[in-house]
Design a binder for this molecule. Structure first.
Ligand code: UD1
Length: 371
């Protein structure tokens, strides 16, 4: 099917922070094959440097961003405002036909606000997720983005229900699936040959993987001390590979906790996508507070304990391998999981590697209707 237009539709794909890169990559690659579309990558610079940004562009075979806003770190207001100021200039110079924001980070919120205020069509990929916990910065971002978006692309049934409950018109909501699984499947052959565990002198299933960066876990000294103790206790049971997030490292170091000296814990810097996914594929258990890892473990059938009071991804608990835990029961839950057979899990509908193709179909339909 052709979209009738003399000029290609300019589509801005917004990526700011690490979890965004694997969500825009499949869409960029799919849109680049379409004559009617001109996808442009806007990198806000919320995450920067080799570990948190550049290596993801390499692994995901993305070209250099078309626009780099270079906003860097700051308070929520500083970061959001800086992205808005820089992104508005770009939109004023050459307004795109559509802005696509993914996920729930501050960069997505900022660009959504700019697009909506300039009257540019806005799509939210991964719409409708709710933790119902407004103390989480990401929950506020999700609510605002979904209120502003013209098109809400969801990845599970509960997201559709959340949006319907909030009064979003059914015609704006489309279940397209989980785009992160597209990246995983796109890179599967390269992930399977990476064997990152060998760099730690470990065999598959001989280790667990820990990632922790949520403000609710790592911005509080007493929690940080409990986390260091927990990781040390787990390290006496099984090797714990801990790729440490910059926020966690900074907070540990300023609280006089030396993350390099937790017994049994193999500390490393944040890893590139392919190397990290290789560790995930071969690990026995994951302890995390990440959103995306809850989904990737469910897809792969790997046991996951999520160190949070709630999750905006309940399908990973009801269908998948995920279980919530807290600092009081995490050790016991980890031990139980290590000693049990793998849980049986189902993969939610449309988590199949074909989400970008469904988004492209949807865009053809939207642009055809508009022309
Ligand atoms: C952000 C997202 C969170 C996502 C996480 C993934 C928001 C509100 N939060 O949290 O949803 O799960 O990214 O990583 O958008 N820093 C560096 N290098 C970097 C980036 C950050 O050293 O490339 C340090 C800075 O000191 C910064 C701190 O980490 O102050 C936190 O970074 P920030 O982007 O503000 O939030 P994250 O905790 O990464």
């Amino acid at each position: 099917m052709q979209v009738s237009a003399s000029e290609p539709r300019i589509i801005h794909l917004i990526a700011g922070a690490r979890p965004n890169f694997m969500k825009i990559a499949p869409l960029f690659h799919a849109l680049r094959k379409e004559a009617w579309a001109r996808p442009l990558i806007i990198h806000t610079g919320q995450h920067y440097g080799a570990n948190m940004s550049d290596s993801f562009f390499t692994d995901l075979e993305l070209p250099q961003p078309d626009f780099s806003l270079g906003v860097g770190s700051g308070t929520h207001a500083e970061q959001t405002a800086r992205v808005m100021l820089a992104y508005e200039k770009i939109c004023l110079q050459e307004p795109p036909h559509l802005v696509v924001v993914v996920g729930d980070v501050n960069s997505s919120l900022a660009c959504a606000l700019v697009a909506a205020k300039l009257g540019i069509q806005l799509a939210h990929l991964e719409a409708g997720l709710r933790s119902f916990d407004r103390a989480m910065p990401e929950e506020l971002n999700r609510i605002v983005i979904d209120t502003l978006a013209d098109w809400l692309w969801t990845h599970c049934a509960d997201a559709d229900q959340n949006l319907a409950r909030e009064g979003v018109e059914a015609a704006k909501i489309k279940r397209v699936g989980n785009i992160m699984i597209d990246s995983l499947e796109m890179l599967r052959p390269k992930i399977e040959t990476a064997e990152t565990h060998l760099e730690f002198k470990l065999k598959p299933q001989e280790y667990m993987l820990a990632t922790l960066h949520r403000p609710s876990n790592v911005d509080d000294l007493s929690n940080l001390q409990k986390i260091a103790k927990l990781l040390g206790e787990l390290g006496r049971k099984i090797a714990v590979i801990f790729p440490i997030h910059p926020r966690t490292r900074k907070n540990m170091e300023s609280s006089n906790i030396d993350p390099n000296r937790i017994e049994g814990v193999l500390l490393c810097d944040p890893l590139p996508y392919r190397k990290f996914m290789s560790l995930l594929f071969n690990c026995k258990l994951v302890l995390t507070d990440s959103g995306g890892i809850q989904e990737e473990t469910t897809y792969l059938g790997i046991p996951c304990l999520t160190l949070r009071e709630n999750t905006e991804r309940p399908v990973t608990i009801t269908l998948g391998t995920n279980r919530l835990c807290n600092l009081e029961n995490a050790f016991q839950f980890c031990c139980q999981t290590l000693e049990s057979p793998r849980p049986s899990a189902k993969v939610p509908e449309f988590w199949d590697g074909n989400t970008a193709a469904r988004v492209v179909l949807e865009l053809r339909r939207l642009f055809s209707n508009a022309s």
